[in-house]
Design a protein around this ligand. Structure first.
Ligand SMILES: Nc1ncnc2c1ncn2[C@@H]1O[C@H](COP(=O)(O)OP(=O)(O)OP(=O)(O)O)[C@@H](O)[C@H]1O
Length: 208
């Protein structure tokens, strides 16, 4: 899609149940093009649960979740508009960084960048043809984040994106996120540490 197209995610009176337990309820917020929201709260508050529910990995609870694109008469399903980076990197250790990113391209559709260009954004071009199993935890994380920039998807769901990143890599991630927002993208990040971007919407989940 043209990422500059205006779109928004609307969450209204949302709740998610895991097992017999309501993890959170009554949650409402709106995220529009160019906006970032951080989901915060103590351990177990449901930050990952919220992201996974939006990504479609968990059944929806009560309430409403909607996705709209201003220039589309019939919006594509949300699942085709988002890219989720969870706690696990989702990389195949025996494959090279290039091969992992090519798989990403196959699944996510072709974005603006090649695997080499995406890795270059994370200053990791030199590992292009190395098996991911040979990389450090922070390097693996950077390969997983490189998938974001090849995806061309407007909504990024990031679960603890700063994990394992050193100070320099954190700055690179901030720059990538800021660039995505400038081009009309949306970011929802569950995090214990603020990304430090201006005008961040706060979505606070409580203790249970
Ligand atoms: N697979 C599961 N089955 C049932 N309940 C689960 C499952 N995974 C998590 N939960 C419940 O959901 C609650 C919220 O978990 P979640 O991982 O969303 O919290 P979180 O806010 O992301 O925590 P953290 O800050 O520790 O990452 C947990 O307290 C747990 O009781």
């Amino acid at each position: 899609m043209d990422i500059t197209q205006r779109c928004h995610l609307l969450i209204e009176d949302f709740s998610v149940t895991r097992g017999e337990r309501v993890v959170f309820g009554g949650l409402s917020f709106r995220l529009g093009s160019g906006e970032i929201a951080e989901v915060t709260g103590p351990n177990g508050a449901g930050k990952s649960t919220l992201l996974r529910a939006i990504a479609g990995f968990l059944p929806l609870g009560s309430g409403r979740m909607s996705w709209a694109e201003s220039e589309a008469t019939d919006s594509a399903p949300l699942v085709e508009r988002l890219h989720y980076v969870g706690h696990l990197d989702g990389l195949k250790s025996a494959l090279t960084a290039r091969e992992n990113l090519e798989i990403g391209l196959g699944i996510l559709g072709r974005g603006r960048l090649s695997p080499l260009e995406a890795l270059d954004h994370l200053e990791l071009a030199h590992v292009l043809d190395l098996p991911v199993g040979f990389l450090s935890a922070g390097q693996r994380r950077r390969v997983a984040l490189a998938r974001l920039v090849i995806s061309g998807r407007p909504l990024w769901l990031l679960d603890e994106p700063l994990t394992a990143l050193d100070r320099h890599a954190r700055a690179l991630l901030r720059a990538i996120v800021a660039d995505h927002l400038r081009s009309g993208g949306l970011v929802l990040a569950a995090t214990h540490e603020p990304l430090g971007l201006p005008e961040t919407i706060q979505v606070r989940l409580g203790a249970r």
